[in-house]
Ligand binder design. Structure first.
Ligand SMILES: NC(=O)c1ccc[n+]([C@@H]2O[C@H](COP(=O)([O-])OP(=O)(O)OC[C@H]3O[C@@H](n4cnc5c(N)ncnc54)[C@H](O)[C@@H]3O)[C@@H](O)[C@H]2O)c1
Length: 242
């Protein structure tokens, strides 16, 4: 069995990853977390790392993985530009898979949104809503940002705005707006709306169980083993062309 470490093992996602790993043929040799009773680092001989923790600790753990030459799968969202640059500086050394969403359904949705944005021109206003549980610490979600980027790619342009307040004036043509809702125990809902004068198209994904993300991340780690150093996404893992 491939020996892996989970960073953020005590968290909502971490617990799912620990539970599901054996069924994917992966042995969890380190459960890393700042919580009491958890490991602080992984042992020599660890063959890969999955990180669903907090953005501030990602660069240091990724650097340790790079020093050891083992693949790193990043699920953690909300990295600052500086933290992201620190991670990107390691890409010459190890394969890094990074995705704001590891579920099959959302990765399919990314393709569908790109296609819809190609077909529906700027007369269709793009509004993206996301809803997550009250404990989520960053906004908008990494998935909403990925969906916005897919829409902009499909359309070939698009300025992002985050929420609206006050005297906003009329909606500019071509704007892509993201709105974050928080409450209760919602695992993760995303809708991309194309609102035209005569009709409206809405593409929605609803995650029902965090296992959807955990299964994808475990699959990504198995896929990354033996890959050339560089940055990969879940679309690469699933073989979706972008
Ligand atoms: N990419 C995806 O598919 C996907 C899906 C769900 C959640 N997420 C992201 O994964 C992350 C975790 O989400 P969650 O809901 O499990 O959060 P959570 O708060 O339940 O768990 C995070 C865990 O990380 C631990 N942690 C914090 N700082 C740490 C450090 N310095 N070292 C080690 N562990 C540390 C916390 O103690 C906690 O147990 C978030 O960034 C979330 O947005 C991504």
């Amino acid at each position: 069995m491939t020996k892996i470490a989970i960073v953020g093992a005590a968290g909502r996602m971490g617990q799912k990853l620990v539970d599901l790993a054996p069924s994917e043929g992966l042995e969890v040799v380190a459960k890393i977390d700042v919580a009491e009773g958890y490991d602080r680092e992984w042992p020599v001989g660890t063959e890969g790392v999955i990180d669903f923790s907090f953005h501030t600790c990602v660069p240091a753990f990724a650097a340790k993985a790079a020093a050891e030459g083992i693949p790193y799968v990043i699920g953690t969202t909300g990295l600052t530009a500086e933290e992201q640059a620190q991670v990107d500086a390691l890409l010459g050394k190890i394969p890094v898979v990074q995705s704001g969403n590891y579920s099959l359904g959302v990765n399919l949705l990314l393709q569908l949104v790109k296609e819809a944005a190609k077909v529906l021109d700027e007369k269709y206003d793009i509004e993206i809503t996301e809803m997550h549980h009250r404990h989520k610490k960053d906004a908008p979600s990494g998935t909403a940002l990925m969906l916005a980027k897919s829409a902009a790619q499909g359309r070939g342009a698009g300025d992002f705005i985050y929420g609206r307040e006050g005297e906003t004036g009329e909606r500019p043509v071509g704007e892509i707006a993201l709105h974050a809702l928080r409450g209760g125990s919602v695992v993760g809902d995303h809708t991309v709306m194309f609102a035209g004068e005569l009709e409206r198209v809405e593409l929605t994904h609803r995650a029902q169980d965090r296992a959807a993300f955990a299964a994808g991340a475990l699959k990504a780690l198995k896929w990354a083993a033996g890959k050339a150093p560089g940055k990969y996404t879940m679309s690469d893992v699933l073989g979706f062309t972008s």
